[in-house]
Write a protein that binds this ligand. Structure first.
Ligand code: MN3
Length: 232
């Protein structure tokens, strides 16, 4: 009897490991939510992305961020799937890094100065971020991002579904997930409670690193995206 040998689909995109244990963000985010969010939701985006790219070997060496920022160069039949799955993969990869069991406090250094300059104060920024996150209808993300124009002003913005600020010329410094899967087990329908209680997890040193990276492009007035070389 002949068996057909199934060649495994090329897996070019991988689920990154969480930088901390599932329970490390308790009590702000419960361990079960982290297990499902990382091990099921994020994992599914990676699977979907690999699946969409499987028939297109030429695209398999591209980073998820490159794919997301070059949707028009992709075959039309996979654009919708890549937009959702690459966006979800990139955004969740950033989200895990944006939080830390030893997070919280106030941003210091250049990013702290920029927040005070562009929002009036750190507290005013937090209020803007929480209000924007609460106001988005449906699923999406809330961001602190740096514009490429206007001298690199900081902005709070939201994106719907799994879109990403670099699709709109803005470099993300900090983000939170507004999909119900991010908070529903613990907070049920109270998204505002989740947002207001999330600040002790913010990894400000990571936001400071991202602010520094964003500066090269703002100062050079580059219209390209030299920062797209990332691990995802
Ligand atoms: Mn999510």
């Amino acid at each position: 009897m002949a068996f057909e040998v199934l060649t495994p689909v090329e897996q070019n995109h991988h689920l990154p490991e969480l930088p901390y244990p599932h329970a490390a963000l308790e009590p702000y985010i419960d361990a079960r939510t982290m297990q499902l969010h990382h091990g099921e939701h994020h994992a599914r985006y990676v699977e979907e992305l690999n699946g969409a790219l499987a028939p297109f070997p030429d695209l398999q060496s591209k980073s998820a961020l490159w794919l997301l920022l070059n949707l028009r160069k992709l075959p039309a039949e996979i654009r919708v799937a890549v937009r959702a799955s690459a966006g979800g993969h990139v955004n969740h990869s950033l989200l895990w890094q944006a939080m830390s069991p030893t997070g919280g406090g106030v941003p210091v250094g250049a990013v702290g100065d920029a927040i005070a300059r562009d929002f009036g104060s750190f507290n005013q920024f937090k209020t803007r971020f929480d209000e924007a996150g609460a106001a988005l209808r449906g699923s999406g993300w809330v961001w602190l991002a740096r514009s490429l124009e206007k001298g690199g002003t900081l902005e709070v913005l939201t994106t719907t579904a799994d879109d990403h600020p670099q699709m709109h010329g803005r470099f993300p410094l900090l983000l939170n997930d507004l999909w119900e899967h991010a908070y529903y087990l613990k907070h049920e329908n109270r998204r505002s409670d989740y947002l207001a209680g999330w600040w002790p997890l913010v990894n400000w040193p990571e936001a400071a690193r991202r602010y520094e990276r964003s500066g090269h492009s703002v100062e050079g007035k580059s219209t390209r995206y030299p920062w797209t070389k990332q691990a995802f």
